[in-house]
Design a protein around this ligand. Structure first.
Ligand code: SF4
Length: 217
């Protein structure tokens, strides 16, 4: 893939147009799509369900999600008729983090075992990895391009430059269901052990310098 060409060609397009364009060139079985069913996930899930309904959705199941996230996942799966599969650590590796309380003293290792490694194991089957990263959510994402080559796969961020206002308008325009924890004061939602109430991503890994799970850096 000529990244320079793809980045300049896709830049003027809307998020939806970018996805439509991508699916002209790549079959869905060569596209890896992951979702945490967090607070902004509904936008990309809605677009994909309309543009390429047969796209498989990989739910990164850490085993530490809020019950309300699992309920929200079911709601969106039924509403959009999504093909969702769980992607997670093997049971013995997950059990290690659970018995060892790894999330309390080595969050990087816990995220690696429960999030990064499960994706690493399937990445080689795909050419492109679609992710719903938004620039406004984290300064570390400010300079990301739409397409970026990582070790062994090209990552694509079709929503990257949507503003906070645009994401809210999209949700309002299509009357999309909002994650129930948003109403309770959680702007960003991950695992129970590492998520607190807060604006933006301030509620994630609150008592540590960690800002990303490692999937996207
Ligand atoms: S967010 Fe917390 S509980 Fe979830 S995988 Fe990472 S360290 Fe573990």
């Amino acid at each position: 893939m000529n990244l320079e060409f793809f980045n300049s060609h896709y830049q003027p397009l809307s998020a939806r147009e970018r996805l439509e364009e991508l699916y002209k060139h790549y079959p869905e079985d060569k596209i890896l799509f992951t979702s945490s069913f967090g607070s902004t996930a509904v936008i990309l899930l809605h677009m994909i369900s309309q543009i390429r309904p047969q796209q498989k959705i990989n739910f990164i199941n850490t085993g530490y999600h809020f019950e309300k996230t699992l309920e929200y996942k079911k709601l969106l799966t039924d509403r959009f008729n999504l093909d969702v599969v769980d992607l997670g650590a093997t049971s013995n590796r997950h059990k290690f983090t659970s018995d060892n309380l790894t999330y309390s003293h080595n969050q990087n290792l816990c995220c690696f075992i429960n999030k990064v490694d499960p994706v690493e194991r399937v990445k080689r089957n795909y050419h492109i990895w679609i992710s719903g990263l938004l620039q406004f959510q984290n300064v570390n994402r400010a300079n990301l391009p739409l397409f970026v080559k990582t070790n062994d796969i090209v990552k694509f961020h079709p929503l990257l430059d949507m503003t906070e206002e645009e994401t809210a308008l999209y949700i309002e325009l299509y009357d999309l269901p909002i994650h129930p924890l948003v109403e309770e004061g959680y702007d960003s939602i991950g695992c129970t052990h590492c998520t607190s109430m807060g604006t933006g991503r301030t509620g994630r890994w609150m008592n540590s310098s960690k800002t990303e799970c490692g999937l996207h850096v």
